[in-house]
Design a protein around this ligand. Structure first.
Ligand code: MGD
Ligand code: MGD
Ligand code: SF4
Ligand code: MO
Length: 749
């Protein structure tokens, strides 16, 4: 009998970063379960972790590059694929300039160190203003608010869930999503422990979600009204003399300005807009202020709306004004072992953040952290003139399904002169490419999380080696990115990525370590690519060995050696203010001027009427955005792409349970299967995103059997939060009526 080997691997699929135990026999995965000894996730796993086996084995997953010739994709060697790009791209750039190129990077890149740390090299080589990412479909408002308040976009205040007494959650469903901008595997277990010690979990959501179902209290809120609720809670804190800054009192600027700015937002003024009574708003505020230790957490429901940045900001204003910022049991900042800007440079002060250094050509939308809003891509391709996008790189993203007005984007992509996709599937977006370059399966890749330890409920360092070997000749994704960068710079298709990487590392070492550069080069000999960057980041990080100056400190070898025992635990989060601040003032900026100004937009809107029927999104445990519907273990079971409608609305609109309805937003419309449910707030419909796998030319056989509806075909690509450029994905006014066409076979399988 063939021996079974056991491997420990961090799951790369969502932000929870669970440690998995994977058993392999004769080169095949035979089981995947949670790794009980994992210091961070302690054996927790969800069905998507198990699906890594299906992903690895999926016959539709691309294993070789594809080149489109005469409209048909043909398998090609890596040399042929690179040669095609080297042949077509540089002349185009020579003729039309750098801003005729664009690059868009998507969600999986946040989970892959190779993509995350080398993507910038391609973007810099292109030298274009047209850099886009899924961040503007997601968390850009939170990044911007955190950057303005604390000086860096990855300095995010995280609920100290294991020690708090009161957790208020808005617009997030961590029981299903497993947390976002907050790495917290087994949220449910931690929430139960909070309740067992007498604490409370309160949820604000237009749907009675899975998280709301286990909470002590749940309040419906009208979508897009969080800014009003939160501002009224801040108003109440001041009105009732409940403000306390606690331990950070010496480090906060702007509380008086905030008090003035929220004056219009009394509980009475916002109650009808929120669908929450003034008494409830006051009670919520008193409970939050009265809890010994409390934390407010909000996520995508509060980000992907017209006031995303304001809502994200007010969450931390509440945390600060209740004395819960930077204290145990309140909200704290992680201290990551590697790659964190808030552990680098001079402690306690920094450059802060600036936005609007350039603008999108067509809409004028401001740059934020080097990016333009992803919803600008279609118009930037369509609109003639200097800087019109003619060549596009997509890296691990599927914006035809994930971004509002996907059908418009799909049409625009067809007019490009050239498109290259780095992706593991031929899907709704990559079908438009001229060349597709596949990455390795996650099981063939080593893993270290760059971003999520900065967002983790507990400090830790964990590394996973590849579980299975990659196919011969298959480059790692960082090598592909470096090769593309070289091609873009006109260096041809035959450069050696490793040689290039060595040369760039030598340059970086000189710049960063000066006289010590040679010693660093020697100490990292034998490593390359992201592994070498990781070694440097760990050793120079806050727990590092300082290349020998702190002999007990961390090195890559030590972190690697801890793999079998579940990684290295670096303890509970600790107070870090003022040391972690990177604002120019060295203070927490509670009242950034751009936010106070935008609050006037909300004050003005307070007088307007909320629409009577709006749509929002939803996630399911067995889905992951737009790309895992092709995996048997996740695709089975009840059909999940249904429109949830409250019984009162169903009656009013004459909609039948299980029947198709037509949902319209201006000129756009889609059809979806109705599911009548009192989980919904009346006047609110919920439809998940990431579906619509019925577009011609994609190769996703299983997903195409039950394609579902593309919510983003309904949404408007012109609606954004003006400060962050984030797309508005929820609270959008719709009309709905029974569809005349018969329902397709979308019943349970
Ligand atoms: N209406 C609505 N729209 C939404 C949302 C919503 O709530 N409502 N949520 C938004 C959010 S939060 C996000 S993050 C975005 C995500 O939007 P996208 O960035 O488009 O991400 P995914 O839909 O996850 O698609 C991931 C792509 O990466 C590919 N891929 C997977 N693994 C790898 C790999 O290892 N290497 C490479 N090269 N490619 C890989 C997949 O095949 C797929 O094409 O969607 C957003 N869209
Ligand atoms: N199973 C699964 N897990 C995932 C993903 C997935 O697709 N599937 N995607 C991953 C990604 S990329 C991300 S970013 C995270 C997101 O993680 P979460 O932020 O937890 O995302 P959702 O589960 O969509 O929860 C958002 C909630 O906001 C509510 N909501 C909508 N509009 C409003 C509003 O205006 N106000 C308030 N207060 N609530 C509102 C919705 O009803 C929903 O319950 O999940 C990640 N995890
Ligand atoms: S919650 Fe599921 S998908 Fe997310 S990291 Fe854990 S196992 Fe993977
Ligand atoms: Mo996301």
């Amino acid at each position: 009998m063939t021996a079974t080997t056991t491997h420990h691997r961090i799951c790369p699929l969502c932000e929870a970063c669970c440690g998995l135990e994977i058993k392999v026999q004769a080169g095949k995965v035979i089981s995947i379960r949670g790794h009980d000894a994992d210091v961070f996730s302690a054996g927790y796993i969800c069905p998507k972790g198990v699906a890594l086996k299906d992903l690895h084995e999926d016959p539709d997953r691309l294993r070789t590059p594809l080149i489109k010739r005469n409209g048909v994709f043909e398998e090609a060697s890596w040399d042929e694929a690179y040669a095609e790009i080297a042949h077509r791209l540089p002349p185009l750039m020579a003729q039309h300039g750098r801003n005729a190129t664009a690059v868009v990077v998507g969600n999986p890149s946040a989970h892959k160190i190779g993509l995350l740390t080398y993507f910038g090299k391609l973007a810099r080589a292109l030298g274009t203003k047209n850099v886009f990412s899924a961040s503007t479909l997601d968390q850009m408002p939170k990044q911007l608010a955190s950057g303005l308040m604390f000086g860096h976009w990855l300095s995010v205040a995280l609920p100290d869930i294991t020690r708090t007494d009161y957790l208020l959650v808005l617009g997030a469903n961590p029981l299903v999503s497993n947390g976002s901008m907050w790495t917290v595997p087994d949220f449910k277990g931690k929430a139960k422990a909070l309740q067992a010690r007498g604490g409370k979990l309160v949820v604000i959501d237009p749907r009675r979600t899975e998280t709301a179902a286990v909470a002590d209290a749940h309040h419906f809120i009208r979508p897009n009204a969080d800014v009003f609720l939160l501002a009224a809670m801040v108003n109440t804190l001041f009105a009732e003399g409940l403000v306390t800054l606690g331990t950070v009192a010496d480090w906060v600027n702007g509380d008086a300005e905030v008090q003035l700015a929220v004056t219009p937002f009394t509980p009475e003024a916002v109650a009808s807009r929120c669908g929450i009574s003034a008494d409830t708003i006051r009670a919520l505020t008193r409970d939050l202020a009265g809890a010994p230790r409390a934390a407010v957490y909000a996520r995508i429901g509060t980000c992907t709306q017209e006031y995303g940045t304001l809502a994200s900001w007010l969450v931390d204003v509440l945390n600060t004004l209740t004395g819960n910022l930077d204290r145990e049991g309140g909200v704290l900042f992680a201290k990551s072992a590697a790659f964190a800007s808030n552990t680098a440079g001079k402690p306690g002060v920094g450059k802060g953040v600036t936005t609007g250094r350039h603008q999108a050509r067509v809409s004028g939308a401001p740059e934020v952290y080097g990016e333009l809003p992803i919803t600008c891509i279609a118009e930037e391709i369509e609109t003639p003139g200097e800087g019109q996008i003619r060549a596009l790189f997509t890296v691990a993203t599927n914006p035809v399904l994930s971004s509002p007005n996907g059908p418009r984007l799909a049409e625009a992509l067809d007019t490009l002169d050239f498109m290259v996709s780095m992706d593991i599937y031929l899907n709704e977006t990559t079908r438009h490419a001229d060349v597709i370059l596949p990455g390795v399966s996650p099981l063939e890749d080593f893993h270290y999380d760059v971003a999520f330890p900065q967002l983790s409920w507990r400090n830790h360092a964990r590394y996973s080696p590849p579980v299975l070997p990659a196919a011969p000749g298959q480059p790692e994704e960082w090598q592909t990115l470096l090769t593309l960068a070289a091609i873009v710079q006109g260096k041809g298709a035959h450069i050696d990525a490793n040689t290039l990487d060595d040369a760039q590392f030598a340059e970086d070492a000189q710049r960063l370590f000066g006289a010590h550069a040679d010693a660093v080069m020697r100490a990292t000999q034998g490593l390359r690519g992201p592994q070498r960057s990781l070694e440097v980041a760990l050793r120079t990080g806050p727990y590092g060995d300082g290349f020998g100056t702190q002999p007990d400190g961390l090195t890559l070898a030590k972190v690697m050696a801890s793999n079998a025992t579940g990684g290295i635990d670096l303890g509970e989060l600790q107070p870090r203010i003022p040391e972690m601040l990177r604002t120019p003032s060295g203070k927490v900026e509670l009242a950034p001027p751009s936010l106070l100004q935008d609050l006037q937009r909300a004050a003005h809107d307070l007088r307007g009427l909320a629409p009577d029927l709006v749509i929002i999104g939803r996630r399911d445990v067995r889905t992951n955005n737009s790309w895992m519907h092709n995996l048997p273990v996740l695709a089975k079971g009840p059909f999940r792409c249904t429109a949830l409608v409250h019984p009162v609305d169903a009656t009013r609109l004459q909609l039948q349970d299980g029947a198709l309805a037509e949902i319209c937003n201006g000129p756009r419309s889609v059809q979806a299967q109705v599911h009548i449910s009192d989980e919904m707030m009346p006047g609110v419909v919920s439809l998940p995103h990431g579906w619509g796998h019925n577009l011609p030319g994609a190769k996703l056989h299983l997903a195409a059997e039950r394609p579902g509806t593309n919510l983003n075909a309904l949404l408007d690509d012109q609606l954004r939060d003006p400060l962050s450029g984030n797309a508005v994905l929820g609270g959008v006014a719709i009309t709905m009526r029974a569809a005349t066409a018969p329902a397709p076979a979308q019943t349970d399988s």
